[in-house]
Design a protein around this ligand. Structure first.
Ligand code: G6P
Length: 371
């Protein structure tokens, strides 16, 4: 009913709007005044965690993209190698696991069949399993050694939104917690990241308040039959998520690519008028921003219509952007928390323009409980 949707036309819109709260709630109570993180259902001792020499992050769908982001963050902060794997592939390839492997599964529903089977397999191989989950008491947390609950509240729309952002937060918390347990010294970096996370709900709120711009882009592009998304580093999983949202809701061809792969194929499909979203990493020592700016020039020279997501104050892309979406400044690793939001709004508006049921897309289920 309309009341359940809190006045929004779709549950998805309501859930997109709840993201500042979902992120704040997932952070709430997890770090003390002393700056130390506490995770209540960690249930793995510091000694067990210090012995972890490999992490395998496993999930399906949108949750898999959270796992991809987790790899960048956890490896950077802890120096523990992280593999990322689709739950449906994991147990079919004879993975190398033992008691010093930490398997991290990520699931909004806690009932995804492939993820449950991955957990059972990992535990048979004596690996420890920690789950990031949004649903208390569901199968996945019950079968895991430890849990980090996301506190997004119930997610009703089939396409995940607030579930995803809260998963990202939980992944960051896990990475920072492991760094803390390992006694990694980064000067002030960890404290700064926590302070940056605290500011994220306001940044997401700004993306929501600025939503009209991206909704207008969606209306302009509503006739498109194909849309590409480019990103690098953690912007790459954001690109994949932007494309997945559009496939799920609008039933059109949409594909995310790593911008670094542009010349290895994707550039061949660029033609006059093809919309290309680009997530620009913050300027930094690694020069990724410069490289992606030249990618934007390359696709535009071939006729693409560019929709560029870029942080405040970066004007390098302005001459090559047909549409510019501004993002609040954040460290690169945290940028997905704000960059994903306009892509969600875009997919929702685009699908609504086509007359589709945004909350119940054809052929899809909220939770895939059969293999
Ligand atoms: C289905 C849903 C997606 C979700 C995926 C994984 O495909 O439609 O939105 O990302 O399952 O679900 P999970 O509950 O394990 O995160």
């Amino acid at each position: 009913s309309a009341a359940e949707k809190g006045g929004y036309e779709w549950f998805m819109l309501k859930e997109i709007a709840e993201q500042p709260q979902a992120v704040a709630d997932t952070l709430l109570g997890r770090h003390g005044r002393d700056g130390l993180l506490q995770l209540d259902e960690m249930r793995l001792s510091d000694d067990e965690l210090r012995n972890v020499d490999k992490i395998v992050a496993i999930a399906c769908g949108t949750s898999y993209y959270a796992a991809m982001v987790a790899k960048y963050a956890i490896e950077h902060w802890t120096r523990i190698p992280v593999e990322v794997e689709l739950a449906s592939e994991f147990r079919y390839r004879d993975p190398i696991l033992d008691k010093t492997t930490l398997v991290v599964t990520i699931s909004q529903s806690g009932e995804t069949a492939d993820t449950i089977e991955a957990i059972r397999y990992a535990r048979q191989q004596r690996a420890r399993v920690l789950s990031i989950c949004n649903t208390n008491g569901s199968t996945i947390p019950r079968e895991s050694d430890a849990v980090i609950y996301t506190h997004a509240g119930p997610e009703v729309a089939v396409a995940s939104t607030k579930g995803f952002l809260s998963q990202l937060v939980a992944c960051y918390l896990l990475g920072l917690y492991l760094a803390q347990v390992k006694g990694v010294k980064y000067g002030d970096e960890i404290a700064r990241i926590i302070a940056d996370l605290e500011g994220v709900p306001a940044g997401i709120q700004r993306m929501l308040d600025d939503g009209d711009e991206i909704r207008k882009v969606a209306r302009d592009l509503a006739g498109s039959r194909s849309i590409l998304f480019l990103g690098r580093h953690v912007g790459y999983p954001v690109a994949l998520e932007g494309a997945l949202k559009l496939k799920e809701l609008a039933y059109i061809h949409a594909e995310g690519f790593s911008a670094g792969e542009l010349k290895h194929g994707p550039i061949a499909v660029i033609e006059e008028g093809l919309p290309v979203f680009v997530v620009v990493p913050p300027k930094g020592r690694d020069l990724l921003q410069k490289k992606i700016v030249s990618n934007i020039q390359e696709v535009r020279a071939r006729g693409a219509r560019t929709i560029v997501l870029v942080e405040d104050g970066d004007d390098d892309v302005v001459p090559y952007a047909d549409h510019l979406i501004r993002l609040p400044r954040l460290p690169t690793l945290l940028q997905p928390l704000v960059a994903t939001v306009p892509l969600q709004i875009f997919a929702c508006e685009f699908a609504a323009q086509l007359g589709h049921d945004v909350d119940q897309p054809r052929n899809l289920a909220k939770s895939v409980t059969v293999e």
